[in-house]
Design a protein around this ligand. Sequence first.
Ligand code: 13P
Length: 340
Amino acid sequence: MSKKLEQLVTTAQAMVAPGRGILAIDESMGTIKKRFDAVGIENTEDNRLDYRSMMLTADGLGEHISGAILFDETIRQKMPDGTRLVDAMNDAGILPGIKVDKGAKDMAGFDGEKITEGLDGLRERLAEYVELGAKFCKWRAVITIGDDIPSRSCIDSNAHALARYAALCQEAGLVPIVEPEVLMNGTHDLDTSFDVTEATLKSLFQQLYEQNVMLEGTVLKASMVISGDQADNRASTQEVAEATVDCLLNSVPAAVAGVVFLSGGQGDVEATEHLNAMNQLGELPWPLSFSYGRALQEGCLKEWAADPKANRASAQKILLHRARMNGLAAQGEWGSDLEG
Ligand code: 13P
């Protein structure tokens, strides 16, 4: 194996090391505005820096957080004392990652479906992110479940883009997180979520194969197989865990470095509980860990927003607690009694 490939494998394995997972704080300008609006914080560059640096400098965060996914603005930012955020992360043992897609846009000719953009000029952007200190990347595709969707075209077009992105990342020495998110919005049942997730993952791994992507240096960010958020009789924790693991076993090659989950609108403890239940099912070919956005930040954001200056330490404490809970869940060692 070449030095570059070896480095990719080392990074990928570090991202999913036992008891550690990824903090997703790569909200686009539109999404962070939505999150800030909900807690009454003005969406300014200073507030974004203050909030995100508060999280990244939480003392001991690196114990359960292996890496954090940043937004383009954040990877360039310095704290008031002049320290680059990326340097603070490295000091804390947290790998800097970067979201490189340009967002999910309406897919022409396919009503209600999305295609993720961002391949044009990506090679040059990746070269700059390497200079800025990134070690891994993220690209998110969105698959929507509804009447007669997703279409085969939407699944395959998104898988193709994910694979081209992943190949470019590896060429640049960056580990690609490939994220085909099957949305949990809707009234669909568990079986539908299973079928769509399976079709999506099979298409993705076919495309990764065709684009010569090295799976040992790739991390899959998956959505759980779960009932739609508006469904009647939503599946239990155990059913979600079993269906998700079953679906992964049927569609994800053993060579993949690891699987991390997005939370996708699940509650914070719910996301922890699901991850824990999966890891209690026994030996699997890959580590199963987390790459949560909302499920890690929800409580922390609320606490910080109530008084950004006075509540800095208490907000950090909430984040550290969730990181620890999920670190335990990634090893099947979480229990509800630990929530306190
Ligand atoms: P959520 O955990 O809030 O779904 O976000 C994770 C993420 O990074 C989606 O791309």
